[in-house]
Design a protein around this ligand. Structure first.
Ligand code: AFP
Length: 277
């Protein structure tokens, strides 16, 4: 049943890719619930997804990063939480951005997450879907081509440290520096989707967005960014924690709540636990 989401989300991704090619990256004088400044393209991408998903019989409701409240209808049993265009502040630099989807059964909470997906709008259009397994598609002249996405090695080489360094906790600074001392390579664009996708494609490493002085609860949102990627990283043989707890065991009190988050290979996550215990 969740597989029915694949063509639906792929259809949204093709329309949003067109939008990225034709719509100027200009800011509206509005912000979303998390306080992020909104681009015209954020709102346009949100409208595409809302139209396609609310028209589907198996969807009962949506929660968007770009809207303060969830919307519901009286059919279907799946709820979708999504970030229609993540990384919009780097579109003007022409860097890769993405869409993120969490598919929940009946309730917006980690334990109800049954599938998740993301789209990378980059030199290639790519779509990764996870339910009981991970499926990876690349869009080419013959349409969507399924590729094999290898599982994460127990240790990788990439270090993707988020947030403003001067606002990191000293223990987090020591963790990040210890990885560089071991020879890890800095790979961080400011786009969660391409940064996490790269670690999956290259076989391993660590992506971190910790609690910082300016974002004491982290920056990334549980429902439409963190839980979907935690689900994917665990399916890929990795782990996803908040420094101590498994992210998919976290409770949620409000739709736009954020959390510190670490996604990566098993050895890197073990190292995070050591520095954060
Ligand atoms: P925008 O959507 O405002 O560009 O933010 C992108 C994001 O939410 C996520 O994609 C990145 O991982 C994170 O912010 C980058 O935040 P920093 O610039 O503080 O590292």
């Amino acid at each position: 049943m969740t597989k029915d989401f694949i063509p639906l989300l792929q259809k949204c991704s093709l329309q949003i890719q067109d939008l990225l090619k034709t719509t100027p990256a200009c800011y509206l004088n509005t912000t979303n619930t998390s306080g992020d400044a909104q681009l015209q393209i954020d709102v346009a991408a949100d409208k595409i997804i809302e139209k396609e998903l609310m028209g589907s019989k198996f969807i009962a409701g949506l929660c968007s990063e770009e809207k303060s409240e969830a919307i519901f209808k009286d059919t279907g049993s799946y709820l979708v939480a999504y970030d229609p265009l993540d990384g919009s502040s780097i579109i003007d630099s022409n860097l890769s951005v993405g869409s993120i989807f969490g598919i929940y059964e009946k309730e917006f909470k980690a334990s109800a997450l049954v599938a998740s997906a993301y789209v990378v709008y980059g030199p290639k259009l790519e779509f990764v879907f996870a339910d009981d397994k991970l499926t990876h598609f690349i869009y080419n002249t013959n349409g969507w081509e399924e590729k094999n996405l290898a599982t994460l090695k127990t240790q990788g080489k990439i270090n993707a440290p988020g947030g403003t360094q001067k606002n990191w906790d000293p223990k987090h600074k020591k963790l990040i520096e210890s990885l560089f001392e071991e020879g890890y390579r800095l790979r961080y664009s400011g786009g969660m989707v391409p940064d996490l996708h790269q670690i999956l494609i290259k076989g391993g490493g660590l992506f971190s967005y910790p609690a910082t002085l300016d974002s004491p609860k982290g920056k990334l949102r549980k429902l439409f960014e963190v839980f979907p990627f935690a689900f994917i990283y665990e399916k890929a043989g990795g782990e996803a924690i908040d420094g101590k707890k498994r992210l998919l065991e976290l409770e949620i009190q409000s739709l736009h709540e954020s959390t510190p988050c670490f996604f990566g290979s098993k050895n890197e996550i073990e190292k995070v636990r050591k520095y954060y215990e």
